[in-house]
Design a protein. Sequence first.
Length: 261
Amino acid sequence: MAEKVEGLIKAKGARCAFPINICVNSQAAHYTPLKNDSLRFSRGDLVKLDVGVHVNGCIADTATTVEISTSNWNDLLRASSDALDCALEMLVPGIEVSSLGAAIENAISSHGFRPIKNLTGHSMEKNNLHAGITVPNITSRDRSSLKPGMAVAIEPFATDGKGQVGDGKGGNIYRVIRERKLSKDDANVFLKDVVKNHDHLPFASRWCAEFSDDYLSLIKKHWMHRNLRSYAILSEVAGGMVSQAEHSALFLDDSVLIYTR
Ligand code: MN
Ligand code: MN
């Protein structure tokens, strides 16, 4: 599925801003399949699909949640999608992120669930997915405001758990954070290929199979030398089910364009 979605992005003439995130049940973010991953969806799974696309470094980030063949979690799905709709309706240039967080928390709570407090929306800049400003999913004292010229992803997460995610094992997603040379030439060529193809945006380990048969050990080597950052799977700390909805908004002079809808 990941290969199909990512192939579609390329066929449209765009590029992946990050590997498609496919997260099941209590996983909230940062899992992408390995090459030939044996993971399969099961009946009743709650699946988050989070897709990022860029054209010349300008990023669109959007996500949705689906349930596989059952409908046990309709209320939870509605909690995150209503919260997103609620926030999108409020968008005007100059709006404070704190008022969006309060509205998101209120919408999710009114469905009887909790927002995930340590996951947030984020501003985006050219080739930079998390550009500094965050949009909280809870009430906060952050007085930042969203101004003309900004692109911002808003992404409420709802759960029947504690409302918090923690780090799990690696989710096969990496990013180049520096380019310190290693002793082996093949390792240096490999890192150059990664940067050439994916800039400093997140990439999937399986995307590197085209650069070397030895890609998994080369990734590990660069990770150990701190040239790569690895992203851990973020899962709900109490094992709660998690739903997510996300759209990207561009703030213009006197209006706001939701450009992933
Ligand atoms: Mn996303
Ligand atoms: Mn996002």
